[in-house]
Design a protein. Structure first.
Length: 239
């Protein structure tokens, strides 16, 4: 690897500079790929000694996976346990979870989901790139009728735990709920809230600053997924 490439890797890793900042510069495709590969190894590697900041940066909305790489029931239970231990409004703990990590169950869930609304020409991951597991979050209406805060907290806890284990996921809110209810014979007292799609990520996602107010994520010609984020100064009010 050339000396200037190594310098770029170290700078990005040390200062946590988004890879998109390097993409704006003239750079051979091979060099860019080397930087991306080295950066992933540098930041996430095989170590579990990650800070919460690392995990938040690593936890993106992945929609393409190595479908053949399975996730054990035990791993899914560990992730749900993180949600169990997370804060709950009024400590009512009304959420319940449905686990799916077999080909048979996964085939029932996949057609119930809509993927990536901003990618109008993409109908979702193809066979071979689909999630290898799902966690369906439901709310027990006999305990509470208000689940929104709990569901969001639980979903984020699960995805951060997934990132720690080298997994990725996507919170799917566009769900054909009655079709899913029928497929799994979910009792009426459980309100279907969210579906978490999980697997080993097969796509690369970069964060970049919002330009001209456009917050829509997109994929470039090389299949890299770009996610615009508002700047810190924009979201902190000076009052």
């Amino acid at each position: 690897m050339k000396k200037e490439t190594v310098k770029s890797i170290k700078k990005v890793s040390r200062e946590k500079i988004p890879l998109s900042s390097l993409r704006g510069k003239v750079m051979p495709s091979r060099k860019r790929k080397l930087i991306e590969k080295a950066l992933e190894k540098e930041r996430w590697g095989e170590s579990n000694n990650w800070s919460i900041s690392d995990l938040v940066r690593k936890s993106r909305s992945y929609r393409r996976f190595h479908q053949e790489k399975t996730i054990s029931t035990e791993t899914l239970r560990e992730l749900i346990n993180l949600a169990r231990l997370s804060p709950s409004s009024g400590n009512l703990q009304p959420l319940k979870y449905i686990i799916s990590n077999t080909a048979e169950k996964n085939r029932l869930i996949f057609p119930c989901l809509a993927w990536a609304g901003y990618l109008g020409d993409w109908s979702g991951p193809e066979e071979g790139e689909r999630p290898s597991a799902y966690i369906v979050i439901v709310g027990d209406t006999e305990i509470s009728k208000d689940f929104d805060r709990d569901a969001g907290i639980a979903a984020q806890s699960i995805l951060l735990g997934a990132a720690e284990q080298g997994l990725g996921g996507c919170i799917v809110g566009s769900v054909r709920r009655e079709k899913l209810r029928s497929s799994f014979k979910v009792p009426e007292k459980y309100e279907i809230l969210l579906v978490l799609a999980l697997g080993v990520p097969k796509e690369h996602i970069v964060i970049e600053e919002v330009r001209n107010g456009d917050i829509k994520y997109y994929r470039d010609n090389e299949g890299v997924h770009h996610v615009p984020k508002r700047t810190l100064s924009e979201i902190i009010l000076d009052l």
